[in-house]
Ligand binder design. Structure first.
Ligand code: NAP
Length: 332
């Protein structure tokens, strides 16, 4: 088993959480970090015992000792870094949402496919052991045909115009940060919706603060999902089939437990906690795919990320929120 050498682009909040889960990933090591600032890269490298600190994303991409980049910048900066990395032959794991726009997602995917280099959205939910257990139950027919998926994800965030989450320029808003989880979850178990309805509200900065969506399928199946930065919600998901249902415990995007309920049977509780915080599982998936020479994950394929991105951006547009990718990002 050869070692997979990782580089981290964007030493921000999520990178600090994800880097800690590498201790649970056999045969993988973070060897470099890249930032727009040498000092920030150095400080992150020192905090986490990483060998090399690069003062530009370009230097990280050109580091010959890096096999794969974990891209943890705000959404509009994903596409420029990811396409430059892919063009240099480096695999990429790109934080959710994949990009800020559908065009950006298409560009990223086309580059990966043309270069035949691995790319995946960091949708860690799909790799959680409890979600894997859910998938297995459904494949085994435990709840019959899946008819509806319900999911919510809300947090209370005090408005701060300077925070990424509320910034128009950084493609903030509930939809791309939290809506991506509920839409991706529904898409995973129902497929890509035929139509969509959305309602929601905006912040003074012009980004969406909350949204509720009906994802409609022509055969009557449906996803009922919501997301919010305005207030907390349970963060649960329920998958309802013709023969029963599965409750995914809070918070459903990294659950420890699911419960299967079927008529006339005692509910069956399945405990399946993640390794570490739960980011380890997507890192293991990337490592496994790279070792197997695959250019995509079968669990989080690029086609699914694109389908989800279309729903997210369509919903944003209908709410009056137009996002842009930062295609002129200075890579250094
Ligand atoms: N999977 C999860 O659980 C999870 C949780 C939170 C966030 N995320 C995702 O991770 C990404 C980053 O979120 P975050 O909360 O970690 O953001 P953050 O704390 O603001 O960090 C983002 C990093 O991106 C870099 N960056 C590059 N261009 C930038 C720009 N124009 N403005 C600001 N920063 C820029 C910055 O590093 P330098 O300036 O040093 O280069 C910064 O440290 C988002 O796509 C988000 O959806 C995922």
């Amino acid at each position: 088993m050869h070692e997979i050498r990782w580089g981290i682009a964007g030493p921000g909040r999520i990178a600090q959480a994800v880097v800690r889960d590498f201790e649970h990933v056999e045969g993988a090591r973070v060897v470099a970090v890249g930032s727009r600032s040498t000092d920030r890269a150095r400080s992150f490298a020192d905090d986490f015992g990483i060998e090399r600190a690069h003062g530009s994303y370009r230097a990280l991409i050109e580091d010959p000792e890096v096999d794969v980049l974990y891209i943890a910048t705000p959404h509009p900066q994903h596409v420029a870094i990811a396409t430059a990395a892919l063009e240099a032959g480096k695999a990429v794991l790109v934080e959710k949402a994949l990009t800020a726009t559908v065009e950006g997602a298409q560009k990223l995917i086309e580059t990966a496919q043309q270069r035949q280099v691995f790319a995946m959205e960091a949708m860690w939910t799909r790799f959680q052991p409890a979600v894997v257990a859910t998938r297995d139950l459904i494949t085994d027919g435990a709840i019959g045909e899946v008819r509806t998926v319900q999911a919510d994800l809300g947090v209370q965030r005090d408005f701060d115009a300077g925070d990424r989450l509320f910034s128009k320029e950084l493609a903030g808003g509930a939809m791309l940060d939290l809506g991506v989880y509920v839409v991706s979850f529904a898409q995973h178990f129902l497929g890509t919706p035929d139509r969509m309805e959305v309602t929601g509200s905006l912040a003074s900065t012009g980004v969406d603060l909350d949204a509720a969506m009906l994802l409609a399928y022509d055969d009557g199946r449906a996803g009922l999902v919501s997301c919010s930065l305005r207030g907390p919600s349970p963060g649960t998901a329920r998958i309802v089939g013709t023969d029963g249902w599965i409750d995914v415990a809070s918070r459903f995007h990294h659950p420890h437990q699911v419960t299967l309920t079927r008529p006339d049977e005692e509910p069956r509780v399945i405990d399946a906690p993640p390794l570490g915080t739960g980011y380890s599982h997507e890192l293991i998936e990337v490592s496994d795919c790279l070792r197997a020479g695959r250019t995509e994950s079968a669990v989080m394929p690029l086609e699914d990320s694109l389908a989800v991105q279309r729903v997210l951006n369509e919903a944003c547009e209908r709410l009056g929120v137009h996002h842009e990718d930062d295609l002129d990002l200075d890579l250094g």
